[in-house]
Design a protein around this ligand. Structure first.
Ligand code: GDP
Length: 297
């Protein structure tokens, strides 16, 4: 995640910090290079523009250029601005699941990593917060997806709602809700069906499920490798369903990370977790300060 960007920015800032005295023009030239690096990392144009504008405003003042360590000050301003562009409110990894049984709705396109992430998150809640979790698959069109969740459940020691053939998604959601209450579960997670692209049927189905359970969290799971498309998908789901956060998957394969940098600025929704592999432990919270530190090396 972010290797390419980190390398590019490292080069720019190395030169800047080694230079000693800096004129406003030096700073502007460096920021132009930062802008190119951001665009090459697939950060959306308006976000890159706004970012550079904000940094330039703070970094070209006399207090910076006339300071003893101007280069380092510019790096610090970029660091703080990165955090500002990434951060949502509160702790990204803490989910609103205080009143049991708390429903978590998992939404997204097919192949984005929804089922895998549902299981990863369930495992995390079980192991780190000692929560009793029930998972249910609503993907009635793909029996293999329902089986997949059941298999993952067995693997991680988390219960799944028994599969009943012929049931529709809303009925499954109702059954999960009842079962979660009766069974003393803290959390129940609904793995909704995905499709290859956003269509009316998918959205109507997710909406109907949402209205039945009133989720405490609605997490969009989206493939980070798809870059700007991931951001558009999030905009679409948020407009129609309302999401409380994003999980970006396959970030283990993404050296650019542009989707991660544009997501919050464009959709207004924070990235809560990132998927970093296929294994059940390969899920990390997305901490803006740590991410900014990683990008700036
Ligand atoms: P769904 O259709 O959205 O439910 O997608 P799946 O959960 O079935 O995931 C599709 C494929 O992506 C599977 O082979 C997963 O193992 C893989 N996958 C999911 N998340 C990640 C991730 O963070 N990194 C990598 N490398 N693969 C992932």
């Amino acid at each position: 995640m972010f290797e390419t960007l980190s390398e590019r920015l490292g080069g720019v800032f190395d030169r800047l910090t080694k230079q000693g005295a800096l004129s406003e023009d030096d700073v502007r030239t460096a920021l132009r290079e930062v802008r190119v690096a951001l665009l090459e990392a697939d950060v959306s144009l308006p976000v890159a523009r706004q970012f550079i504008k904000a940094v330039e405003k703070k970094a070209t003042g006399a207090s910076v250029t006339k300071s003893v360590t101007p280069g380092q000050q510019v790096v610090k301003i970029v660091h703080d601005e990165l955090i500002a562009v990434l951060a949502g409110e509160g702790d990204p990894g803490s989910l609103r699941i205080d009143t049991p049984p708390a429903p978590i709705l998992m939404v997204g396109l097919q192949g984005g990593g929804k089922t895998t992430t549902t299981a990863k998150l369930a495992k995390r809640l079980k192991e780190r917060q000692n929560k009793k979790v029930l998972m249910a698959s609503l993907d009635v069109n793909r029996p293999a997806a329902m089986e997949q969740l059941a298999i993952l459940g067995t693997q991680i020691g988390v219960d799944t709602l028994p599969i009943v053939k012929g049931e529709d998604p809303v009925s499954i959601a109702k059954r999960a809700k009842t079962q979660a209450g009766l069974g003393g579960y803290d959390v129940y997670m609904l793995d909704t069906a995905g499709r290859l692209s956003i269509d009316e049927e998918l959205m109507a189905q997710v909406e109907a499920v949402r209205d039945v359970v009133t989720p405490r969290e609605t997490l969009l799971v989206v493939d980070g490798l798809t870059g700007q498309d991931a951001v558009h998908t999030a905009e679409n789901f948020d407009t129609r369903i309302g999401i409380s956060g994003v999980v970006l998957t396959r970030m283990d394969g993404d050296g650019r990370g542009g989707a991660a940098l544009s997501m919050r600025a464009i959709t207004g929704k924070p990235i809560r977790f990132v998927g970093l592999g296929e294994k059940m432990d390969a899920l990390e919270t997305f901490e803006p300060d740590r991410v900014a530190g990683r990008i700036l090396g």
